[in-house]
Design a protein. Structure first.
Lengths: 273, 292
């Protein structure tokens, strides 16, 4: 049995390494300069041009998008999860009439394909003067993150024992106090997990960045990355590859640093138990 | 003075109002508006005019719709079979192994980067003079070289491959949760009865994991309809619109050809296709939750 497990372990380590080889390809070619890359993308680097590539990628458009999307991701995810926590608290803990109907109204925001939102948002954003503004993207990203977060927070609040809340109510605590001093300290783990998942969603979004903004001032990071491809004549392959690496790092690092929360949360979110 | 419970109910509305308003304004209203637009002809400039079901009649004879529809079904089938199948394989193989945790994290890594970033990396690997063809040449398999992103149907399969690389991670997570939750006794009993590995897996483990297979597959179908970025970055739907899926078609008709009524009709078709699966997914999730 033991030797069989060792064999399987070895095989799976090999499979995992092959699985990650595109990441290795990315890292390896980010180190090269253009001449080194053109010798062959599979050859080990013979130059160390990483810092130069980073400076190039940063200057050729990644910079603005990177900072914008950090803000979009951080503000929208925290705000959305907070609003979702309020909603879930109202639905589960405050005995809202027709609670299931309200929940389904909010949760229905997860079931339609994103294509259903594009044209009306584009047109009304122009009409309202928020097309091509940071405010427009902040608002949309917050809205799109709420439904799933409400689903998870509702599931969490259903599990909180009622006697804590009843004891606090007996002592005359307001619902506002109960939310902030009893529920939120208990909900730290789902709150963190949801913020991570929604930050990643916003950071990785391409479609709404393409449709709702145009100018470099408000551009999201994925749109900025794609912009480098169309500049292909000017940006060499290692610069584009390095830009891809830079754009991938925040979500990759968040996952690796906080994987405990991610791993539990993702399976939880997908299976609902 | 109002009773305590009616005051509490009024307060409850205050808690739910911001979320409901945001979702209503940015998601539900646009959804209804797109549905209404699908019955109109609109260039985006002049006022839309009502054309009834014309857009939908046009769709069924339009090669620029039927071909993407066929591609979408290809994506749907392979986008379930490959990520869910590989996800089960990985989870089953590593579960219980030393280092399972690290392998699980490694297999999930591709899912953390954006589809655009992955599309760019695979673009460099799969282009005509790219890494894959160089590799094939150097190991003596030069006759297998293909211009992967340019030739039908390889471009669609190549992109499904890149997608699978990213979509497998979540299924590994789902199946590991499922495997950890399996009751030990029936598994032990089957082992003692001397069931071989294949019988054990297909007759005992997979049937017991069925609820997880169902939820992973439904989720995978729903996600396969959403794919846009991978295709947009890797082929742009081309050449000659041959690798488009409906999500890309909708974007092109609306934002490149300015046929916004027609594009809305395409969006409605995508919705109808995915709603069937979303319905079962949501029902499954909510019934599962009510068992807690």
């Amino acid at each position: 049995m033991r030797s069989k497990n060792t064999l399987l372990s070895g095989a799976m380590i090999a499979v995992t390494v092959i699985w990650l080889s595109p990441m290795a390809f990315l890292l390896m070619n980010a180190l090269k300069n253009a001449a080194d890359y053109s010798r062959g993308p599979l050859l080990l680097p013979s130059t160390f041009n990483l810092f130069h590539n980073i400076a190039n990628a940063w200057a050729q458009g990644i910079q603005g998008g990177f900072i914008n999307s950090l803000l979009y991701g951080a503000v929208s995810s925290v705000l959305a999860v907070l609003l979702a926590a309020f909603a879930a608290f109202g639905i589960v803990r405050m005995k809202l009439p027709r609670a299931l109907g309200w929940f389904l109204f909010i949760y229905s925001g997860t079931i339609f394909p994103l294509q259903m939102y594009l044209i009306p948002l584009f047109k009304s954003y122009i009409a309202l003067g928020i097309y091509d503004t940071k405010f427009g993207l902040f608002a949309f990203y917050t809205a799109i993150c709420i439904p799933f977060a409400t689903f998870v927070m509702r599931g969490f609040f259903l599990t909180v024992p009622w006697d804590i809340q009843e004891a606090a109510e007996m002592e005359g605590a307001s619902s506002w106090k109960i939310f902030w001093y009893i529920m939120m300290p208990l909900a730290k783990a789902p709150f963190l997990m949801l913020t991570l998942v929604q930050f990643t969603w916003v950071w990785n979004d391409l479609l709404f960045g393409m449709v709702l903004v145009r100018s470099p001032q408000a551009r999201s990071v994925q749109v900025a990355l794609l912009g480098m491809l169309s500049l292909y004549g000017q940006a060499d392959a290692p610069t584009i590859i390095t830009a891809t690496l830079i754009v991938s790092l925040p979500t990759l690092l968040l996952f690796l640093l906080l994987q405990k929360h991610f791993v539990r949360g993702l399976a939880l979110g997908a299976t609902g138990n | 003075m109002p009773s305590l419970s009616s005051r509490k109910q009024r307060e409850a509305y205050l808690y739910i109002a911001p979320a409901a308003l945001m979702v209503g304004t940015f998601l539900i209203l646009p959804m209804f508006y797109t549905t209404a637009l699908s019955f109109s002809s609109w260039d985006g400039m002049t006022a839309p005019h009502f054309v009834g079901l014309d857009n939908f009649f046009k769709l069924v004879t339009d090669a620029n719709f039927l071909h993407p529809l066929a591609n979408t079904l290809k994506w749907m089938i392979l986008g379930v079979v490959l990520p869910v199948g590989l996800g089960f394989f990985f989870a089953y193989a590593i579960s219980g192994l030393k280092g399972a945790r690290i392998m699980q994290v490694c297999i999930y890594i591709p899912a953390t980067i954006s589809a655009s970033a992955a599309g760019i990396v695979f673009g460099f690997v799969l282009r005509d003079q790219g890494a894959l063809n160089i590799l094939l040449q150097s190991i003596g398999l030069g006759m297998l070289k293909v211009n992967w992103l340019y030739v039908q149907p390889y471009n669609t399969y190549a992109m499904i491959g890149a997608y699978t690389w990213q979509a497998t991670g979540i299924n590994v997570m789902i199946f590991l949760v499922g495997l950890q939750g399996l009751p030990k006794e029936p598994l032990e009993a089957a082992r003692l009865d001397g069931a071989n590995a294949w019988t054990f897996t297909t007759q005992i483990v997979i049937p017991m994991l069925m609820p997880y297979v169902v939820i992973a597959s439904l989720l995978a179908v729903i996600n396969s309809f959403k794919v846009f970025d991978t295709i947009w970055v890797m082929t742009g739907g081309g050449p000659a619109r041959m690798s488009e899926t409906l999500a890309v078609t909708m974007y092109k008709e609306g934002f490149a050809n300015f046929k916004m009524g027609y594009a809305s009709a395409v969006a409605v078709v995508i919705s109808l296709l995915s709603l069937v699966f979303s319905y079962f997914y949501m029902r499954n999730m909510l019934s599962r939750e009510s068992q807690i």
